[in-house]
Ligand binder design. Structure first.
Ligand code: SAM
Length: 316
């Protein structure tokens, strides 16, 4: 199969569009946590293999909450077996990770990003709707040491958790895992929350460290920094204040089989349906999708967002 070049290396797969947390900034207020959509394993495996044939070499499973998908372990195993240079990653809220970390590591998972917005139990409950901070912390500890790379992801929100940045870095440093601060992004159902937005540079300047930028690949969303008094890297994903779209090499598959070129574009193709017509049809439509990618960046905070897919569907 002819590959589609630098524009297609990284596939994010939203395995299901429901979650065991209800983070107020992620899920449209009208949505419940009830199960609505899960990708079928055989179609999904075929879809990933086909996209691998077109050049994908990094696959990240996300959701909703991907650890709720019953076939996650086997999906990791089949993905890793596609080729030696295929990297497999997971983004999870960590709630179920204490039991799954070992089996995921055995299946060949290369890395896990665990979402952690606060270290305060009551604040965790207010953000997520669930009393579960201890379980997430257990999950983080279980992942460390068995999964080769563990990172923490923290969405910083003004007046919600922006007073915890220093404590979060110290926590990550104690564990020896990198931490990334993510700018709150507009998303369907929560895009009008201008009050939540805090630019990454403000979070950075609130930290009591002299941070030095590190070199990184151009397609990376995160910019990483080091400090003399830290053993870890601190990353910033400043999607709103500094677009990193120009070198984007990612596409996103949702659990209903739609492939999107961008988190913030409605343009999509129905991959599961195209697969029934053969790989030439997939290639044709995929190329059109990539050609029409606009690399416009994340919409500015406060713009109407009702036409955007929500993060719980697309996987963030
Ligand atoms: N359930 C998994 C988890 O919690 O990591 C995977 C899906 S979740 C949609 C993926 C990431 O998107 C999480 O780190 C979450 O904090 C982030 N996210 C959700 N809504 C966001 C928003 N409005 N702005 C920035 N990041 C957001």
């Amino acid at each position: 199969m002819t590959q589609l070049g630098d524009r297609l290396r990284y596939l994010r797969v939203s395995l299901l569009n429901y979650c065991n947390l209800s983070c107020f900034y992620c899920k449209p207020a009208t949505r419940t946590c009830r199960q609505t959509g899960t990708a079928d394993i055989s179609v999904l495996t075929e879809a990933i293999a086909t996209l691998h044939g077109f050049g994908v070499r990094k696959v990240r499973f996300t959701g909703g909450e991907p650890t709720l998908h019953k076939e996650l372990i086997s999906l990791v195993k089949t993905t890793r077996s596609l080729s030696e240079d295929t990297y497999c990653a997971l983004t999870t809220n960590g709630l179920l990770l204490s039991k799954l970390a070992g089996p995921l590591a055995e299946a060949g998972l290369n890395s896990v990003n665990i979402s952690l917005d606060t270290l305060q139990p009551e604040r965790f409950r207010q953000i997520t709707g669930v009393n579960g901070l201890d379980r997430v912390l257990d999950g983080i500890r279980a992942g460390i040491g068995v999964i080769p790379e563990v990172k923490l992801n923290c969405v910083m929100m003004k007046g919600v958790n922006d007073d915890e940045a220093t404590e979060m870095v110290a926590f990550a440093d104690d564990l020896g895992v990198d931490i990334r601060f993510i700018e709150y992004m507009p998303t369907r159902g929560s895009g009008t929350r201008q009050d939540l937005y805090i630019p990454g540079h403000q979070v950075m300047s609130s930290l009591p460290y002299t941070l030095t930028p590190m070199p990184g690949r151009r397609s990376l969303a995160a910019r990483y920094y080091r400090a003399d008094d830290l053993n870890i890297r601190v990353g910033f994903i400043n999607a709103v204040s500094h677009s990193f779209c120009a070198h984007c090499d990612r596409i996103r598959l949702t659990s209903d089989g739609c492939l999107y070129g961008c988190l913030f574009s409605g343009q999509k193709i129905n991959l599961f349906e195209l697969l029934t017509h053969g790989s030439a049809s997939v290639r044709y439509s995929l190329k059109q999708l990539l050609d029409s990618k606009q690399y416009l960046g994340c919409p500015k905070i406060g713009k109407p967002t009702e036409d955007l897919p929500s993060f719980v569907d697309m996987g963030g």
